[in-house]
Structure formats: structure tokens, C-alpha cells
Design a protein around this ligand. Structure first.
Ligand SMILES: [Zn+2]
Ligand SMILES: [Zn+2]
Ligand SMILES: [Zn+2]
Length: 470
């Protein structure tokens, strides 16, 4: 049976929907949800529904936070961003078998894509950029902005708004970076002005007096009297119900015959100044800052599409780029094969006692962050980095990856002394390369261990991990 979970703060759906385990937010447990296929969230109480959606999307496990969310009890009153954050909405609060079947069919492709993520059951995805990539990949959809009066930024990407960090203004920067990295491509949606102090999109644009800055202006027609050629504001011509010329005193009767209105002028009620063009000043609804047009921030609002590179990153991790490039230059063995090789090598050394080999590791800490900071330079710099790594290896050496940023190599017939000199060349060249391109310094670690056959390969790997984590 399809396992479903139903979040509700009312007991009613609990009793009536026997197909679901009904939970409240206090029941939240990542382990229990891993195998769940669907999350129903009762939207009768919108505040509660928002909280439940946020709690689910905050989880670090891909098989939990990416799962489809179905809002129930949806009627006209549910706010739009909340509706668009869900994968499916239902007017009912009670889930009958036939409703469940309909929903199950509609979310099947999504579940199938989640199944393609190799680390879905043990991932620890905390970076919002990575969660966004995976969310778009699993749903095979674009990221579309929507105008909203409920957020200061005036625009929201509702599909991802329940992810922590994706609902505030920092999101612009995250999306820009992902675009510069080639993970997303963008298309034009809108262009808008924002307050330069607080980023608020709600600005009131007013004409102000170019002389005293007052907003107390009114606009009036200019009148041109054909007969005497006098041009002046309409107020100067007005005498009760009729118009007469202030210069020649003649009455003006027919527009087009006696006079015309060539343009308009602004008159200031505070200082009396009249001018053809008033200044424009915006006033921020949030912080009250007044700005001239050139002082406001203008931003193009984009929709985003996942690129092929973004899809690859969604599947295998943001930091998989370096591993991919390295694998193009040397054969990176699966861990099982590597372990077998190290074991055999250990046995050979122990039996003949003639030669020595060394096991080295190489680790770049926070590689996903490095990747984000490098932006569109990541490809060429990681290419150089992989050349540095391969330059210390020989054809007979064997390499594996414990993850996307931690590599193990066995340097065959290489004593520890030579292994240490190789890794010191490696770390200094790699640090030089990365630190030369980044504002923050990168922590690169490498170390060597003797392969003697006295200890098993698992113990050796434990020693490596201990060294990496200290
Ligand atoms: Zn004025
Ligand atoms: Zn006149
Ligand atoms: Zn402001």
C-alpha cells in the first residue's frame, strides 16, 4: 500500500481518512518519513499548513524534503503562494481511495525522479541552492516568479518558497550565482524598481516641485490665445465661468477658433512656482526613503530553467564537477575494487618484504562552496586542479573517491618519504591555484599512510577519516 502521511491540527481527517497516518508537527521524524510516498497537509488552517510545508522542506534528507506535498481542504480562501508551493491541491479534507489513486498517478513521475538520486536516503542537503536544483529536477519544471503584495520584494518564486532561505531577498543573489555557474539559464519576466535602502518593491512615484521639492502640485492646461499670441496657464484666463485673455482682455469662446491648449504645466501650491516638467521622486512604503529615479535599484526579474549541467549537479551533487573532470584524466575506481587492490598490495608487501607502497588522501573542504564562489570559472579552474592531482600520480597508481571532495590513491612502490614530498607539491600547487582565485582561503588537506599488510584496508580508511576530521 502507498504509505501516506497526513499533517493536520484537527482530528476530523484523522478519523475519516483510514489510508493515511495522521500526524501533527510534533510527530516529525525523518526516519519514519523516508519511506512515505506522499505528504498530505490540511490547509484549513493556513498558518499550520505553511508551518508543516516549511518543516518538510527543511529536512536535509532528499527522500523527505523532495516528496510531493498535497494540500487538502483548499477552497477560494487559501493564499496563492501557499497554493503554488504545493504539488497538488484538493478541495476535500478526507482522502478516499479514489482520490488517493488520482493523486498517486499525478505524482508518479516525481517519485520516479527522486528514485534516480543516488544519495536520496542518506543525503544531508543543507545548501538552499542545491535543494532548489533538486526540486526543479524532480519536478521537471521551470522556476517561475509571481507578483505578490505579501512580500517586501514584490515577487516570489512560490514553488520553492518553503525552503529556508528561499523566501527572502537573498534568493536573488543565489539565483544569479547559479546562473553564472551555468546550472540555470534565465528568461525575461519583468523589470522593476526597488528601494536602494531596504529592497522594497512598493514605491510610490510622485511628481514634485523642481523648485521646493513639494508634492503639493497640480497640473493645468496652458492656453495660447491666437489673436494676441499670449500663452499662459488656464488659471490666468479664468474669470468665473468664462475665459478671458489676461493680456488683451478679449473673451475666449471656441477652442480651435480662438485658442488652443499646446501643453500642460505644473503649479506648486507651496511656493507658487510653475514649471513644464516636475521632478519624479519615489517614496518607499517600508522604510520611507525618498529617492530620485537614478538612485533606485532596477532589477530584471527572471524565470529560470535547469541546464544540462544543473541536472547533473542535481543528481550527483554541486561538487561532482571536480570528480567528473578528474575521472576524465585518470581511472577513478569504485571503492570495492580499490579496497581489493589495497588488500592484495598489502599481502604482497608482507609476503616478500622487499618494497613499500603508500596510501595518500587528498581533501578539499567545502568544495560545494568553492564551486559556488568560482561561478563560471569553476570549469577551467577545476580542470587545472585535476591536472595538478594527476601530475603526482603514475600510471600504476590506483585512485578512488570516498565522496566528491575526498580522494584516496595508492602510490605503488613509493616509500613514505617520497609520498610526503608528492603530497606537499600537490597541496601547495592546489592551494596556490584556488586561493589565487577566491577571496576566502581554501582548506586543502593531504596525508600519507604506509601500506604494510599489517592492518586491513578498512582500518586504513578509518585512520584516513580520523585524520580528515581532525
Ligand atoms: Zn514648490
Ligand atoms: Zn489675448
Ligand atoms: Zn525602503
Amino acid at each position: 500500500m502507498t504509505q501516506t502521511f497526513y499533517f493536520s491540527n484537527s482530528l476530523y481527517p484523522a478519523m475519516e481518512s483510514p489510508l493515511s497516518d495522521v500526524l501533527c508537527l510534533e510527530d516529525f521524524s525523518q526516519e519514519a518519513f523516508k519511506d512515505g510516498r506522499l505528504f498530505f497537509v490540511d490547509a484549513t488552517d493556513q498558518g499550520y499548513a505553511m508551518q508543516a510545508c516549511r518543516a518538510l522542506r527543511s529536512e536535509p534528507l532528499a527522500s523527505v524534503y523532495l516528496k510531493p506535498i498535497i494540500l487538502t481542504g483548499v477552497n477560494g480562501g487559501v493564499n496563492q503562494p501557499l497554493l503554488l508551493a504545493a504539488d497538488h491541491t484538493l478541495p476535500e479534507t478526507v482522502i478516499s481511495p479514489s482520490i488517493l489513486e488520482t493523486v498517486r498517478i499525478s505524482v508518479a513521475p516525481m517519485l520516479q525522479r527522486i528514485g534516480r538520486l543516488p544519495d536520496k536516503d542518506w543525503s544531508s542537503d543543507t545548501h538552499v541552492a542545491f535543494k532548489i536544483l533538486r526540486h526543479l529536477f524532480v519536478r521537471n519544471m521551470d522556476l517561475k516568479p509571481v507578483r505578490t503584495a505579501q512580500m517586501r520584494s514584490g515577487f516570489i518564486y512560490p514553488q520553492i518558497s518553503c525552503y529556508p532561505g528561499a523566501g527572502d531577498q537573498g534568493l536573488w543573489g543565489i539565483l544569479d550565482t547559479m546562473k553564472s555557474q551555468g546550472l540555470l539559464s534565465s528568461y525575461f519576466f519583468d523589470k522593476s524598481y526597488f528601494c536602494s535602502r531596504c529592497g522594497c518593491a512598493f514605491l510610490s512615484f510622485r511628481e514634485v516641485c523642481s523648485h521646493c521639492g513639494s508634492v503639493n502640485l497640480f497640473q493645468e492646461d496652458l492656453i495660447h490665445h491666437f489673436r494676441c499670441a499670449y500663452v499662459g496657464p488656464q488659471a490666468e484666463y479664468r474669470h468665473g465661468a468664462k475665459l478671458s485673455c489676461p493680456k488683451c482682455d478679449k473673451d475666449l469662446k471656441h477652442i480651435g477658433v480662438d485658442y488652443d491648449k499646446p501643453s500642460t504645466v505644473y503649479r506648486c501650491n507651496d511656493c507658487g512656482n510653475t514649471c513644464q516638467d516636475a521632478d519624479i521622486l519615489s517614496w518607499c512604503y517600508h522604510c520611507g526613503k525618498q529617492s530620485l529615479p537614478e538612485e533606485m535599484n532596477q532589477r530584471v526579474i527572471h524565470g529560470y530553467t535547469l541546464t544540462a549541467l544543473g541536472e547533473n549537479a542535481a543528481l550527483y551533487g554541486m561538487d561532482s564537477l571536480f570528480r567528473d573532470l578528474l575521472s576524465e584524466k585518470i581511472h577513478v575506481l569504485p571503492l570495492d575494487y580499490f579496497k581489493r587492490f589495497v588488500d592484495n598490495e598489502g599481502q604482497r608487501i608482507k609476503r616478500y618484504g622487499k618494497s613499500v607502497s603508500s596510501l595518500i588522501y587528498f581533501h578539499i573542504k567545502g568544495l560545494d562552496q568553492v564551486c559556488l564562489e568560482l561561478g563560471d570559472r569553476a570549469l577551467s579552474i577545476f580542470n587545472e586542479l585535476s591536472t595538478i592531482v594527476t601530475s603526482i600520480l603514475r600510471q600504476s597508481d590506483v585512485t578512488t573517491a570516498l565522496n566528491n571532495s575526498l580522494f584516496l590513491s595508492i602510490l605503488v612502490e613509493t616509500p613514505m618519504e617520497r609520498a610526503f614530498s608528492a603530497i606537499s607539491r600537490l597541496t601547495s600547487s592546489a592551494s596556490g591555484l584556488l586561493n589565487g582565485h577566491l577571496n576566502v582561503s581554501v582548506d586543502i588537506k593531504a596525508y600519507a599512510f604506509p601500506v604494510t599488510g599489517e592492518v586491513g584496508v578498512d582500518t586504513l580508511i578509518d585512520e584516513v577519516m580520523e585524520h580528515v576530521n581532525t
